[in-house]
Design a binder for this molecule. Sequence first.
Ligand code: FMN
Length: 182
Amino acid sequence: MPLYITSLGNPKPVIDAARTYGATVLCDVTNLVHAQKAADMGCDGFIAVSSGAGGHAGPYPMHVLVPMLQRAFPDKMVIAAGGIATGQQMASAMVLGAAGVSIGTRFIASTEATVSNEYKNAIVDYGMEDIVLTERISGTPCNIINTPVAQKMGYKQNWFERYLSKNPVPASISRCSYRCGV
Ligand SMILES: Cc1cc2nc3c(=O)[nH]c(=O)nc-3n(C[C@H](O)[C@H](O)[C@H](O)COP(=O)(O)O)c2cc1C
């Protein structure tokens, strides 16, 4: 049976469609507020995206977020995500009560990944001290390698970008302006 994972935006259309044929939907969440919204819409569980996640990340460490979600939503499946790359880290997520883990960054350096060798080598060669959190890619905090491009782009939103990110109507324009490099 298919499994869908939702990120960003409203998961309702995916959940409603999945319900018609019994597919499972797990929603990326970074806090209890978003988890409550996804639960109200009928999701099957959550991907608990913690502060260690590559790319878009949440504010809370895995060791806080996973138990908090479990306590608040005992009937939902909780999958841990963020900074997991080894069996030891997987095991620690299970000890916390996660039903499984979702791994992203580690697989960028795999044979199957269709990215450049330079990107694969960067994933292997760079360490934790090379990672920075930036708000300037999509508005949502994002862990990236601190390349010269990242340094030039900067890490914090200015007041206007913050306003655009928080205002529900022009947020799409805001995201577009980031992508378009405006
Ligand atoms: C706001 C937000 C947006 C996300 N967008 C994506 C996405 O577009 N594609 C994706 O594969 N994962 C997406 N994720 C999931 C995380 O990137 C993923 O769980 C993370 O990379 C796992 O951590 P790791 O890379 O350290 O293993 C998103 C998460 C959040 C909170």
